[in-house]
Design a protein around this ligand. Structure first.
Ligand code: BES
Ligand code: MN
Ligand code: MN
Length: 462
């Protein structure tokens, strides 16, 4: 492993330049206008995977964006690691809130990244974290150290629900057969507090529309006598939670796994500063479900949030109008054992049932996904633990995250294997927000840690 680490140490500048180049391509999967750039990004990843030493490198076409695949087989007696990542990114909007161009990566120091961080859309989620695997692989190839068989599958649709990757995995189940999936698309607690993600939440996402009169009306002539869809929608949304911030949809909590007091106590031992949390967000108080700590609210408890709300007149000045319709996008983060389709149905039935007469309500489901938890008593988790400990000089803490990566539950379902979520970002890296960034420390630490993982995994899996 010394040769591997030497190679990494002497190629740091190039590793960074290559990531910058990758970040300059706006691979926004949600916007069809960027389809060519998404493909360019896939080509770039493909070329770099091939030059790093992978075989059978190719793009697999899907009904949407292409999937990059490559492998390096060594020996049937070795375990196979399937490395997963995504090269697509979220739209950069609102663009005016960026201090520099979202696709013009620059390096700046921050309080939490005194050694510098690279600012660009996708820097952390997930181009920077995905690219660490290519560079770690390159270093291992150069040093002639290959403790495992490698497969790489890098998709371009994670940010839009991974539907086509799901289809691809089922179709190419044999080609993709592996002992474990390895990904870096989650966070650590802090740069001096390594952690390993052992859980993700699921997701149910719906769009709702409330329609009143068949046209916009004068709010003086009709106001007070005809349902205002915006008022109605706000009332309906407000009723979805009670005064304890408990979700009121009947049956919503039925399948929620109750976490034991012992596990909750352990979970709350993780370092967390409420004052720093509030300070970082510029808020004077937190808000959430009664009876749970912030760490619990963002990991083991389901949530319901309005992601967008629109309707009526939002232009300059005042226009008196009683709008004919109102819309909202609503997400529910789910915990293990909650079925996204069932939750979507419960939401739909309930939401329609609380609609007053005088309006029509429609509910349209978007993508969803199951939560995932991974055990800590497996060779793969132990290998991740040892790799983190070796690279950081400190034992990592297992931690359940609040985010969602729906394909992780699918990997388990289709391949019958667990995933190792060896992420290196920080929750404060502003993923999906303006000024997303990724610490240089984190980028290099990830590249250094990954080869240790493969090495320990090969040893422990024997
Ligand atoms: N990498 C994130 C998920 C994540 C972030 C997990 C931080 C843990 C910590 C992923 O790219 C993502 O943004 N997922 C979406 C869901 C997807 C279906 C759009 C999410 O969580 O909103
Ligand atoms: Mn991601
Ligand atoms: Mn994301």
């Amino acid at each position: 492993m010394e040769k591997v680490q030497d190679y990494i140490a002497s190629n740091k500048d190039r590793f960074l330049e290559e990531l910058m180049e990758l970040l300059r391509i706006p691979s926004i999967s949600a916007d069809p206008a960027y389809a060519d750039d998404v493909r360019k990004t896939a080509e770039y990843v493909k070329d770099k995977l091939a030059s790093a030493g992978a075989d059978k490198v190719q793009l697999f076409e899907t009904a949407g964006h292409p999937i990059v695949y490559g492998e390096k087989f060594k020996d049937a007696s070795l375990p196979t690691v399937l490395v997963y990542g995504h090269y697509d990114v979220q739209p950069p909007d609102p663009i005016e809130l960026w201090d520099s161009g979202p696709f013009e990566p620059i390096i700046k120091e921050t309080k939490l990244h005194p050694g510098g961080a690279i600012f660009a859309r996708g820097a952390c989620d997930d181009k920077g974290q995905m690219y660490m695997h290519l560079k770690a692989f390159e270093a291992m190839m150069d040093a002639g150290e290959q403790p495992v068989n490698f497969k790489f599958m890098i998709e371009g649709e994670e940010e839009i629900g991974s539907d086509n990757l799901g289809i691809f995995c089922k179709e190419y189940k044999e080609m993709l057969a592996c002992d474990v999936v390895l990904l870096s698309d989650t966070s650590i607690i802090a740069n001096d507090t390594p952690s390993i993600c052992i859980g993700l939440r699921g997701l149910s996402y719906v769009e709702v529309e409330v329609v009143g009169a068949n046209k916009d009306l004068h709010s003086g002539v009709y106001g007070g006598a005809v349902a205002n869809p915006i008022n109605v929608l706000c009332d309906m949304i407000a009723s979805l939670k009670d005064e304890n911030h408990h979700i009121t949809i009947p049956g919503f909590y039925d399948d929620v796994v109750v976490v034991s007091e012992v596990d909750r106590a352990k979970m709350n031992e993780a370092p967390f500063s409420l004052s720093k949390y509030k300070e970082g967000l510029g808020i004077n108080d937190i808000m959430g479900e009664k009876g749970y700590t912030t760490l619990e609210r963002t990991s083991i408890r389901p949530t319901l949030d309005v992601n967008g709300l629109w309707g009526g007149y939002i232009g300059e000045g005042a226009k008196t109008v009683l709008p004919s319709k109102a819309n909202a996008k609503i997400s529910m983060r789910l915990v293990p054992n909650q079925d996204p389709d069932k939750i979507t149905k419960l939401f739909e039935d309930h939401f329609k049932s609380i609609a007053p007469s005088g309006v029509t309500v429609t509910v349209s489901p978007h993508h969803g996904g199951h939560a995932a938890v991974v055990p800590t008593d497996t060779p793969e988790y132990m290998a991740a633990h040892k790799a983190m400990e070796k690279a950081f000089g400190k034992e990592p803490i297992p931690e359940r995250s609040g985010g969602s990566i729906p394909i992780v539950a699918m990997f388990e379902e289709v391949f019958g294997v667990k995933s190792v979520m060896l992420g290196f970002g920080l929750d404060t890296d502003d993923i999906h927000s303006p000024n997303e960034h990724y610490g240089l420390f984190n980028y290099y630490k990830g590249i250094e840690t990954i080869p240790y993982f493969h090495d320990f995994y090969a040893q422990l899996k024997k």
